[in-house]
Design a protein around this ligand. Sequence first.
Ligand code: NDP
Length: 252
Amino acid sequence: AAQRLSRKTVLITGASSGIGRATALEFVRTAPDVRLIVTARRVDALETLKGEIAEISGAAEVLVVRLDVSDAGDVKRFWGELPEGWRDLDILVNNAGLVKGVDHVGDISEEDIHVMYSTNVTGLINMTQAAVKIFKARNSGTVINVGSVAGREPYPGGSIYCSTKAAVRAFTDSLRKELVNTRIRVACIDPGQVETEFSIVRFRGDKDKADAVYAGVEPLTGRDIAEVVVFVAGRRENVVVADTLIFPSHQG
Ligand code: NDP
């Protein structure tokens, strides 16, 4: 994998925390001369990540870009303004995503519905469209989408989040079939419970509620998922690890 990922350009959305951040670090551990475009809304966290990467490998190149995937204008600007030398993307990791609240469907605000759909679904689609254009011109490239078990096993109070992740599954599967017989790979990784900032966002900053989610269980870490992302990306070009479900052992 180290050789296959050597000097590859990898774009990660939502790299400021959790799985995205761990994925950036894992790419560098695996391929020290990888080229990473790390994006999210919190640029300060991305700059900190860049510093940590420099400590792991002096050969890795890192480009930090503020990007709100839920804003179609921002996504367009992002692709239009990518500096020369960073446009020939090899791997897109669509990781940015969130859940807001655990609510009965009638109680969910229009804004929360919009935030979840525009980030988890439309944002992911807009990013993929732009990347696939680059991949098609070269007939190579990899899209890795981070879905969720929630897209396969919807739970009560999660109607919006679960349906966004079901959409990610369907979008991924459809695109993979559309691109069959090309050298463009499309994969979905569906994690179970991972301890990240995810639960803090879900409970709108209530750390006690977030901590309670992980009490008495041993959730996955961001790195557990990151290792799978890098594994999928690092296969031979002809190998598509299309669909992965990954749980902590207490879940399933
Ligand atoms: P975190 O909250 O730790 O990370 C989420 C990341 O998404 C952050 O870097 C955040 O960055 C970014 N993000 C959120 N909204 C936007 C936006 N509009 N534009 C760009 N970036 C955005 O959670 P996780 O690492 O756990 O989540 C990563 C993915 O994993 C998500 O898609 C989530 O649905 C999925 N997942 C998580 C599970 C879990 O148990 N943790 C289980 C299954 C799936 P910033 O705020 O700086 O923009």
